[in-house]
Design a protein around this ligand. Sequence first.
Ligand code: AMP
Length: 216
Amino acid sequence: MKLLIMGPPGAGKGTQSEKIIEDYNLISISTGDMFRESYRKQESLGLLAMEFIRDGLLVSDEITNEIIRRRLFAKNAEKDFLLDGYPRTLNQAYDLDNILEIMDSKLDAAIKILLDDEVIIGRMSGRRVCSICGATFHIQHKPSKKDKICDQCGGVLYQREDDKEESVLNRLSIYHEKTKPLVAYYKERNILFEVNGNQAFDDVYQEVKAVIEAVR
Ligand code: AMP
């Protein structure tokens, strides 16, 4: 089974992915993680990618396609996987299809988590993180007992740079511009499945699971 999970930043893709991987024994392939790993190793691809990431831009299709080709044509490529954060542009989707064709395989489902921008902005801009233990809070939905102080370790809470409203708006606008055409692309090929992201984690997951069971 080869799956892809997509959705706007802040829609809970990461947490849903973790659960899918665990329950269905899939390998996670996340280009974001691959770029960070490559940067940690100070490889040239990672260093190049980080220049885009730092500026809040999508990494170029050329670099992204290169890193994914290396990954898919190497270890574990024959196994079932879940793509997370890739493809993000039509060009990347075309390249992925070419790679899968060479592997004599195909994508079984593109699962899209739907969530309105206003909800995302509310969720992300209200998030606060502990500067010591990393615990997360939300000024409305999960406030700390003492203002700006972590319940767990007493550390000071802060707002991550990429959770600030301006940054969230920027990432959402890139998402809409570049990633939306993918939706039409996968719809046309009858492998697009949309789930409602505006509900509790477990309820979103039940919808995700129903899709996976249907294509398995
Ligand atoms: P993520 O961890 O998926 O949020 O990715 C972190 C950053 O890496 C993104 O904000 C992009 O700058 C870059 N990135 C990750 N995946 C891709 C992709 N498929 N295409 C272009 N840029 C990507």
